[in-house]
Design a protein around this ligand. Sequence first.
Ligand code: F0G
Length: 351
Amino acid sequence: THQWRGIIEEYRDRLPVTDATPVVTLREGGTPLVPAQVLSERTGCEVHLKVEGANPTGSFKDRGMTMAITRAKEEGAQAVICASTGNTSASAAAYAVRAGMVCAVLVPQGKIALGKMGQALVHGAKILQVDGNFDDCLTLARGLSDNYPVALVNSVNPVRIEGQKTAAFEIVDMLGDAPDIHVLPVGNAGNITAYWKGYTEYARDAVATRTPRMWGFQASGSAPIVRGEIVKDPATIATAIRIGNPASWNYALAARDESGGFIDEVTDRQILSAYRLLAAQEGVFVEPASAASVAGLLKAAEEGKVDPGQKIVCTVTGNGLKDPDWAVAGAPQPVTVPVDAAAAAEKLGLA
Ligand code: F0G
């Protein structure tokens, strides 16, 4: 019997590896494409969720990290470094363990979700909390990798994009063609760049007959691409996309313009509302940043930008367990009962 082999083995002919490359994998990718019934009804479209929280470390970052750590290993690196809002560091830490490498991570102090910090810690990464935001962390990580023997595994490393483009391949392989529209949260803008690369490669090679329009959504307090200028002090409850100066800014603009799409913003309130809808009505628990794609789709639908009958894929990028504070906040406290069926039945409204 077979299990999914990980993105490098499944898409080897489309990735920069050779037979001699020492593949470092946790069998990432092969994630569920889940039909979204409530979102389909609301939009009059066929909406699917690409559930990237089902990856080994709970986010889409594993697709890029299997490539980045594999190539770092091939090149003889003994240590890797990344800046992160949490998920990249969790992924880098896990894959570095598999490769027998040291992993250093730079995170913005007090602004990463507890689950992600726990992952980096339990995998033994060396963590520095930086007195600054993600953009400062990335500047520092670049400087360190330029001047010290440590390989940078952020998405400014082009092999990360190569790994992440496989999500677009999986979607086309499942649907039989590209969707009409693909919706993504946008932070550092690596992922929108990667999906666009994947879709255009499949179209070029006639595996797909078309490419989708790319719709990206930033959080309102962290929306430099929408504003057209760097945001010095980015703010949002969606800490994963709290980024004011995206590294792949120009690639995101290219994906937007070449695909005939757009990049817009959603408020924290819209993000949390989509977050709750996904959990309570679709059965899919994602982290807040991931809900920005769905919040954006709903916003676009309200604005009359979504023609009915289209095939739409929303990527939900990370698992809800990474940042459970938002699930617990504002929810009613569970009631306590004695070991007594009648009492329990009464509290459950069954009696
Ligand atoms: N969703 C989640 C859950 C993320 O962790 C990120 C980025 C994004 C969306 C945005 O993707 O940066 O490619 O546009 N997280 C990075 C990190 C910055 O450090 O984990 P992007």
